[in-house]
Design a protein. Structure first.
Length: 420
């Protein structure tokens, strides 16, 4: 009887330890005071693992650098294109990456993930995108028009327009203290006289002297910040992480900054335009329409020798202006029903925002009267070392920025009150 062929038994595969597991095992042996094995072998293995870790980090960093370098865009035709809307703004390809996407492609995040998302990482965004002043179409490349809703997470705040900051001239601060000179000279001319004493002078007579008055204002850059807790799974999901950074963190900072520009108290908060002493005022007469009130407030600003370029009001007041009808039922203001043109009234750019108290409005020469100072842009921090979140498998993503407003010419602004 022939012998049956023997069936070879396959040995179960030996599990391969990960780099992190090998590192942990080696550290345990190096920390063991009673280890009596081959120390030279441990040292050689430690050098090998350290080299592999360094190589992994360098590869991740190289990949991140490659992702952040987009190939050059093909040259676009300079002439009008078929189907293009005349006067429509052109998209700048250099601003295609949003704040969240730039963080996701940063070397800092790549190294943080390579280290197992342990400790803290920091990423500064000094040149974050600004939308142009509302002399043209609004661009919302940095701020998502709709925030993705993640199951189990509260819905983000409504994506209201952030436009007040875009009316101002912007500058970058290099220090924490902000000092500037505020003009308190008053109007150029007035019934009782003004600072402007210029006159025609006969030959041989003394020339008149104009009298300027200034005050030195010293303040500091104010910090706007907030953070959100996210799971490690969300941190690994680039879509969710980008949604957190853009839909909540960076948007929340700009949302708050927009309101501080108008109503900050100037001490513990940013300097607000409406809380600055020396701005002009206008109170509407009884039963005066809002359309007329804005026009007369513009005259007040023009008489102060500071031509206005914008008006800020509450959405409910702007609604009343747009829906104002004459005796025949026709709108007094040309309605922008399709939203294809920027909102303008009496030649002024219109900003409709809930940051303005209903029943009031602000007319001003924003670029002439105030400057928005910002420092370091938006900083993104991520860490697992906060309170009890370490044991909850949760990370913290924090965003902060520093800014303040220098209202150097208060008389360039007129705070108006509509008729009740």
């Amino acid at each position: 009887m022939a012998a049956l062929p023997t069936r070879s038994r396959r040995r179960p595969p030996v599990p391969t330890l990960t780099l992190t597991e090998r590192r942990a095992a080696l550290l345990a042996q190096l920390d063991d005071p009673e280890f009596d094995g081959d120390v030279d072998r441990l040292i050689a293995e430690a050098d090998e693992i350290a080299g592999q870790i360094q190589q992994t980090n360098e590869r991740a960093a190289a990949r991140s650098r490659l992702l952040t370098q987009a190939p050059p865009e093909p040259q676009r035709p300079t002439g009008p294109q078929p189907g293009a809307v005349q006067g429509a703004p052109q998209v700048d390809s250099a601003r295609a990456l949003s704040i969240g996407r730039r963080f996701l492609q940063s070397e800092a995040l790549a190294q943080y993930r390579a280290a197992g998302m342990s400790g803290t990482t920091r990423y500064d965004i000094p040149d974050f995108d600004h939308r142009a002043a509302p002399a043209g179409t609004i661009v919302t490349g940095t701020y998502p028009s709709q925030t993705q809703r993640v199951p189990g997470v509260l819905t983000a705040q409504p994506d209201l327009p952030l436009l007040v900051a875009d009316l101002l001239d912007r500058q970058t601060s290099t220090g924490q203290t902000l000092e500037y000179v505020r003009d308190i000279s008053g109007p150029a001319t007035a019934p009782a006289g003004g600072w402007n004493a210029a006159a025609v002078v006969p030959e041989g007579n003394d020339k008149p002297q104009s009298d300027f008055a200034f005050e030195l204002v010293s303040t500091s850059m104010k910090t706007l910040a907030h953070w959100v807790a996210i799971t490690r799974q969300a941190a690994d999901d680039e879509g969710q992480l980008q949604g957190y950074i853009e839909g909540r963190l960076s948007y929340g900072l700009r949302y708050k900054e927009d309101r501080e520009i108008l109503t900050g108290n100037g001490t513990t908060q940013m300097q607000g335009i409406t809380t600055t002493s020396g701005i002009g005022t206008y109170t509407a007469a009884a039963s005066e329409s809002k359309l007329i009130s804005i026009r007369r407030a513009r005259t007040v600003a023009e008489l102060a020798m500071y031509p206005p370029d914008g008006v800020v009001m509450h959405p409910s007041d702007w609604e009343d202006v747009e829906l104002d009808e004459d005796g025949t039922g026709q709108f007094r203001v040309v309605a922008n029903i399709q939203g294809l043109a920027p909102a303008r009234l009496w030649g002024l750019a219109v900003v409709s925002t809930v940051a303005m108290t209903a029943g009031t409005f602000l007319v001003g020469g924003f670029r002439m009267g105030a400057t928005l100072w910002e420092r370091q842009g938006i900083t993104i921090l991520m860490t697992d070392s906060h309170a009890s979140l370490f044991i909850a498998n949760t990370l913290v993503v924090l965003a902060e920025m520093r800014a303040n407003v220098a209202v150097h010419t208060p008389r360039a602004f007129v705070l108006g009150t509509f008729a009740a």
